[in-house]
Design a protein around this ligand. Sequence first.
Ligand code: ZN
Length: 241
Amino acid sequence: MGYLVLADIHANLQALDAVLAAAPEYDAVLFLGDLVGYGPNPNEVAERLLALPNLTALLGNHDLAALGAIDLSTFNPVARFAAEWTARQLSPESREYLAALSPRLDLTDVTLAHGSPRDPVWEYLVDLDEAEPNFAAFTAPLALVGHTHVPRTFLVTDGAITLPPSNAGAVLNTASGRAIVNPGGVGQPRDGDPRAAFGILDTDEETFRFERVPYDVGETQERMLEAGLPPSLAARLSYGL
Ligand code: ZN
Protein backbone atom coordinates (compact mmCIF):
# COMPACT_ATOMS: atom_id res chain seq x y z
CA MET A 1 0.00 0.00 0.00
CA GLY A 2 1.12 3.51 -0.77
CA TYR A 3 0.08 6.20 1.69
CA LEU A 4 0.26 9.93 1.11
CA VAL A 5 1.16 11.34 4.53
CA LEU A 6 0.11 14.93 5.23
CA ALA A 7 0.28 17.09 8.35
CA ASP A 8 -0.48 20.68 9.30
CA ILE A 9 -2.22 21.92 6.16
CA HIS A 10 -3.44 25.00 8.06
CA ALA A 11 -6.03 26.17 5.52
CA ASN A 12 -3.37 26.70 2.83
CA LEU A 13 -5.11 25.63 -0.37
CA GLN A 14 -2.20 26.50 -2.71
CA ALA A 15 0.18 24.34 -0.69
CA LEU A 16 -2.26 21.41 -0.53
CA ASP A 17 -2.97 21.57 -4.26
CA ALA A 18 0.77 21.64 -5.06
CA VAL A 19 1.30 18.55 -2.90
CA LEU A 20 -1.60 16.70 -4.52
CA ALA A 21 -0.26 17.55 -7.98
CA ALA A 22 3.27 16.43 -7.11
CA ALA A 23 2.43 13.26 -5.18
CA PRO A 24 3.12 9.97 -6.92
CA GLU A 25 0.29 7.44 -7.11
CA TYR A 26 -1.04 6.38 -3.70
CA ASP A 27 -3.80 4.13 -2.36
CA ALA A 28 -4.77 6.04 0.77
CA VAL A 29 -4.18 9.27 2.67
CA LEU A 30 -3.11 9.73 6.27
CA PHE A 31 -3.65 13.27 7.58
CA LEU A 32 -2.09 14.06 10.96
CA GLY A 33 -4.15 17.06 12.03
CA ASP A 34 -4.33 20.88 11.92
CA LEU A 35 -6.47 21.20 8.85
CA VAL A 36 -7.22 24.82 9.74
CA GLY A 37 -5.77 27.77 11.62
CA TYR A 38 -3.36 30.44 10.24
CA GLY A 39 -4.39 30.10 6.58
CA PRO A 40 -7.10 31.79 4.49
CA ASN A 41 -9.12 28.86 3.06
CA PRO A 42 -10.40 26.56 5.83
CA ASN A 43 -13.58 25.37 4.11
CA GLU A 44 -11.99 24.89 0.68
CA VAL A 45 -9.17 22.85 2.24
CA ALA A 46 -11.69 20.73 4.16
CA GLU A 47 -13.59 20.01 0.94
CA ARG A 48 -10.39 19.13 -0.92
CA LEU A 49 -9.18 16.79 1.81
CA LEU A 50 -12.54 15.05 2.15
CA ALA A 51 -12.53 14.27 -1.56
CA LEU A 52 -9.27 12.27 -1.28
CA PRO A 53 -9.41 8.46 -1.51
CA ASN A 54 -9.35 6.30 1.63
CA LEU A 55 -8.73 9.19 3.98
CA THR A 56 -7.84 8.72 7.65
CA ALA A 57 -7.63 12.06 9.45
CA LEU A 58 -6.71 13.33 12.89
CA LEU A 59 -7.72 16.39 14.88
CA GLY A 60 -5.04 18.98 15.77
CA ASN A 61 -4.81 21.67 18.41
CA HIS A 62 -5.67 24.38 15.88
CA ASP A 63 -8.74 22.41 14.77
CA LEU A 64 -9.81 22.21 18.42
CA ALA A 65 -9.23 25.95 18.76
CA ALA A 66 -11.40 26.66 15.72
CA LEU A 67 -14.12 24.50 17.22
CA GLY A 68 -13.99 26.57 20.41
CA ALA A 69 -13.02 23.42 22.30
CA ILE A 70 -9.87 24.73 24.02
CA ASP A 71 -8.80 27.77 25.99
CA LEU A 72 -7.08 30.17 23.58
CA SER A 73 -5.03 31.84 26.32
CA THR A 74 -2.26 29.30 25.60
CA PHE A 75 -2.00 30.59 22.00
CA ASN A 76 0.21 33.54 21.07
CA PRO A 77 -1.75 36.66 20.03
CA VAL A 78 -1.52 36.16 16.24
CA ALA A 79 -2.36 32.45 16.46
CA ARG A 80 -5.31 33.36 18.67
CA PHE A 81 -6.51 36.02 16.23
CA ALA A 82 -6.29 33.47 13.40
CA ALA A 83 -8.13 30.84 15.46
CA GLU A 84 -10.97 33.26 16.21
CA TRP A 85 -11.10 34.27 12.53
CA THR A 86 -11.21 30.59 11.51
CA ALA A 87 -13.99 29.84 14.01
CA ARG A 88 -16.12 32.52 12.35
CA GLN A 89 -15.38 31.19 8.85
CA LEU A 90 -16.01 27.46 9.40
CA SER A 91 -19.05 26.15 7.58
CA PRO A 92 -21.42 23.83 9.49
CA GLU A 93 -20.10 20.96 7.31
CA SER A 94 -16.44 21.69 8.13
CA ARG A 95 -17.29 22.06 11.80
CA GLU A 96 -19.20 18.80 11.89
CA TYR A 97 -16.37 16.97 10.12
CA LEU A 98 -13.65 18.27 12.45
CA ALA A 99 -15.72 17.64 15.56
CA ALA A 100 -15.86 13.92 14.77
CA LEU A 101 -12.05 13.51 14.58
CA SER A 102 -9.63 12.34 17.26
CA PRO A 103 -6.01 13.48 17.90
CA ARG A 104 -4.66 9.89 18.03
CA LEU A 105 -5.57 6.72 16.18
CA ASP A 106 -3.99 3.28 16.58
CA LEU A 107 -4.22 1.38 13.30
CA THR A 108 -2.95 -2.18 12.88
CA ASP A 109 0.67 -1.38 11.99
CA VAL A 110 0.93 2.32 12.64
CA THR A 111 -0.03 4.79 15.34
CA LEU A 112 -1.07 8.26 14.21
CA ALA A 113 -0.85 11.23 16.59
CA HIS A 114 -1.00 14.97 15.96
CA GLY A 115 1.57 16.01 18.59
CA SER A 116 3.07 12.87 20.11
CA PRO A 117 1.87 9.40 21.09
CA ARG A 118 1.78 10.27 24.81
CA ASP A 119 0.29 13.75 24.42
CA PRO A 120 -1.42 13.82 21.02
CA VAL A 121 -2.83 17.34 21.22
CA TRP A 122 -0.02 19.39 22.72
CA GLU A 123 3.47 17.87 22.82
CA TYR A 124 6.05 19.13 20.31
CA LEU A 125 8.26 16.11 19.68
CA VAL A 126 11.61 17.72 18.93
CA ASP A 127 14.44 16.27 21.02
CA LEU A 128 15.88 12.83 21.64
CA ASP A 129 15.05 12.89 25.37
CA GLU A 130 11.36 13.34 24.53
CA ALA A 131 11.45 10.43 22.10
CA GLU A 132 12.14 7.64 24.59
CA PRO A 133 8.96 8.02 26.70
CA ASN A 134 7.00 8.36 23.49
CA PHE A 135 8.25 5.04 22.11
CA ALA A 136 6.84 3.54 25.33
CA ALA A 137 3.45 5.14 24.63
CA PHE A 138 2.59 3.02 21.57
CA THR A 139 3.20 -0.58 20.49
CA ALA A 140 3.19 -0.46 16.66
CA PRO A 141 6.50 -0.53 14.74
CA LEU A 142 5.80 2.97 13.41
CA ALA A 143 4.20 6.18 14.63
CA LEU A 144 3.49 9.20 12.42
CA VAL A 145 3.22 12.64 14.05
CA GLY A 146 2.88 16.29 13.04
CA HIS A 147 2.52 19.52 15.04
CA THR A 148 6.13 20.83 14.86
CA HIS A 149 5.99 21.49 11.08
CA VAL A 150 9.56 20.17 10.93
CA PRO A 151 10.41 16.88 9.16
CA ARG A 152 12.07 14.49 11.60
CA THR A 153 12.73 10.83 12.24
CA PHE A 154 13.43 9.11 15.56
CA LEU A 155 14.72 5.60 14.95
CA VAL A 156 15.42 2.85 17.49
CA THR A 157 18.15 0.45 16.45
CA ASP A 158 20.03 -1.79 18.91
CA GLY A 159 18.36 0.00 21.82
CA ALA A 160 19.66 3.45 20.83
CA ILE A 161 17.57 6.30 19.39
CA THR A 162 19.05 8.18 16.43
CA LEU A 163 17.89 11.00 14.13
CA PRO A 164 18.34 9.79 10.53
CA PRO A 165 18.17 12.39 7.71
CA SER A 166 14.67 13.73 7.03
CA ASN A 167 15.45 16.27 4.34
CA ALA A 168 13.80 16.31 0.91
CA GLY A 169 14.52 13.05 -0.89
CA ALA A 170 15.64 11.18 2.24
CA VAL A 171 14.30 7.63 2.44
CA LEU A 172 13.83 5.74 5.71
CA ASN A 173 13.84 1.95 5.66
CA THR A 174 10.94 1.35 8.06
CA ALA A 175 12.09 -2.22 8.63
CA SER A 176 15.38 -1.02 10.15
CA GLY A 177 13.83 -0.34 13.58
CA ARG A 178 10.88 1.19 15.40
CA ALA A 179 10.39 4.75 14.25
CA ILE A 180 8.49 7.94 14.95
CA VAL A 181 8.29 10.04 11.77
CA ASN A 182 7.13 13.61 11.16
CA PRO A 183 6.66 14.43 7.44
CA GLY A 184 6.85 18.22 8.09
CA GLY A 185 4.05 20.70 7.45
CA VAL A 186 2.12 21.15 4.21
CA GLY A 187 0.80 24.63 4.80
CA GLN A 188 3.29 26.36 7.10
CA PRO A 189 6.77 24.75 7.06
CA ARG A 190 9.06 25.78 9.94
CA ASP A 191 12.44 24.31 9.03
CA GLY A 192 13.64 27.26 6.96
CA ASP A 193 12.47 25.73 3.68
CA PRO A 194 9.26 27.41 2.44
CA ARG A 195 8.30 24.49 0.18
CA ALA A 196 5.32 22.36 1.24
CA ALA A 197 6.40 19.12 2.96
CA PHE A 198 4.80 15.68 2.75
CA GLY A 199 5.72 12.02 2.92
CA ILE A 200 5.10 8.78 1.08
CA LEU A 201 4.83 5.61 3.16
CA ASP A 202 5.14 2.43 1.11
CA THR A 203 4.28 -0.59 3.23
CA ASP A 204 5.31 -3.07 0.49
CA GLU A 205 8.75 -1.53 -0.03
CA GLU A 206 8.94 -0.71 3.72
CA THR A 207 10.03 2.84 3.06
CA PHE A 208 9.06 6.35 4.10
CA ARG A 209 10.18 9.05 1.66
CA PHE A 210 10.38 12.76 2.56
CA GLU A 211 9.21 15.09 -0.19
CA ARG A 212 9.07 18.87 -0.77
CA VAL A 213 7.28 20.85 -3.44
CA PRO A 214 7.20 24.59 -4.14
CA TYR A 215 3.83 26.32 -4.23
CA ASP A 216 2.50 29.81 -4.97
CA VAL A 217 3.34 31.40 -1.61
CA GLY A 218 2.44 34.86 -2.94
CA GLU A 219 -1.11 33.79 -3.76
CA THR A 220 -1.64 32.39 -0.25
CA GLN A 221 -0.18 35.56 1.28
CA GLU A 222 -2.46 37.77 -0.84
CA ARG A 223 -5.52 35.78 0.26
CA MET A 224 -4.43 36.05 3.91
CA LEU A 225 -4.07 39.82 3.73
CA GLU A 226 -7.40 40.17 1.89
CA ALA A 227 -9.02 38.13 4.67
CA GLY A 228 -7.57 40.47 7.31
CA LEU A 229 -5.28 37.83 8.81
CA PRO A 230 -2.11 39.11 10.57
CA PRO A 231 0.64 40.18 8.09
CA SER A 232 3.27 38.43 10.22
CA LEU A 233 1.54 35.08 9.57
CA ALA A 234 1.64 35.78 5.84
CA ALA A 235 5.28 36.93 5.91
CA ARG A 236 6.60 33.81 7.67
CA LEU A 237 5.47 31.62 4.75
CA SER A 238 8.20 33.25 2.60
CA TYR A 239 10.88 31.97 4.94
CA GLY A 240 9.44 28.67 6.05
CA LEU A 241 9.66 29.76 9.67
ZN1 ZN B 1 0.16 22.96 13.12
